[in-house]
Write a protein that binds this ligand. Structure first.
Ligand code: NDP
Ligand code: 8X3
Length: 252
């Protein structure tokens, strides 16, 4: 029977690249995100290309009721999830702490921390019931070091780092693997979202060096998932060659 991967934030960037890669590897997929049109288009494309089964579930990870009702509402066969990729996340703004927006802070904490928790609680219980599973948490270099004006986004990703460690310990008795992947700069919609649609400002983030692409992170995730069952990669920090730290980037 084909394995199942559930991917949050599959409408774009790293999540979408993971959907392609896991479909290529013959996984059936549960694709989630808020933009239904994109999920449906992606599902159709992958189904045609790879002949895999795909369930689409549209919800906002910040909304606890929506998360629980949508996931628990899936038919039983979709709850045998082998791989959960906790990828949905975002940054909003890049401001000093005294100027930050309350709304931006709420959005980042509610999405990156609380959303990840809501999904993880539901799916880890399915994994415990089926005595198998692998949870991939997408952290960030921002969860390993704090950079100027990164404050709350960094705090949310430090929380992901801590939760990854906590999950690893708590799920140990159940044989569930837990891995964090912490990327440096990946060119996706991330910066456009951070700068609220300011494409010019977003483009400048990647000026003068070769950033990672979403497929680089999907391949890294696949490396962790495809290790033999007795191997758990606890965490991986993956950077562009031109980026040594969050702020140390070699630009031409
Ligand atoms: P994108 O903006 O391209 O993708 C973000 C995804 O998250 C989208 O599919 C979006 O779907 C989903 N998402 C955001 N908010 C919500 C929400 N409230 N409910 C449900 N889904 C949501 O960015 P990336 O692919 O780059 O980001 C993926 C992850 O990687 C994030 O956790 C990010 O923090 C992390 N990361 C990114 C890096 C980068 O440089 N790009 C570096 C390090 C980490 P939709 O809008 O349809 O709901
Ligand atoms: C995204 C990478 O450096 O913009 O998590 O925080 S960074």
């Amino acid at each position: 029977m084909a394995k199942i991967a559930l991917i949050t934030g599959a409408t774009s960037g790293i999540g979408e690249a993971c959907a392609h890669l896991f479909a290529r590897e013959h996984y059936n997929l549960v694709l989630t995100g808020r933009r239904l049109d994109r999920l449906e288009k992606l599902a159709k494309k992958l189904n045609t290309k790879y002949n895999v089964e795909i369930a689409v579930s549209t919800f906002d990870v910040r909304d606890r009721e929506q998360v629980v009702s949508n996931l628990e509402g899936l038919p039983a066969k979709w709850k045998k999830v082998n791989v959960l990729i906790n990828n949905a996340g975002l940054s909003q703004g890049l401001d000093p702490i005294n100027n930050g927006s309350f709304d931006d802070w709420d959005t980042m904490i509610d999405t990156n921390v609380k959303g990840l928790l809501y999904v993880s609680k539901v799916v880890s219980n399915w994994m415990i019931e089926h005595k198998t599973g692998h949870i991939i948490n997408i952290g960030s270099i921002a969860g390993k070091e704090v950079y100027p004006n990164g404050n709350v986004y960094c705090a949310s990703k430090y929380a992901v780092d801590a939760l990854n460690k906590g999950m690893r310990i708590d799920l140990l008795p159940h044989g569930i693997r837990v891995t964090a992947v912490h990327p440096g700069a990946v060119e996706t919609e991330f910066s456009e979202v951070r700068f609220k649609g300011d494409k010019e400002r977003a483009k400048k983030v990647y000026d003068g060096f070769e950033p990672l692409v979403a497929e680089d992170i999907a391949e890294t995730i696949w490396f962790a998932v495809s290790r033999p069952a007795h191997v758990n990669i606890n965490e991986l920090v993956v950077m562009p060659t031109a980026q040594a730290t969050a702020t140390n980037i070699l630009r031409k």
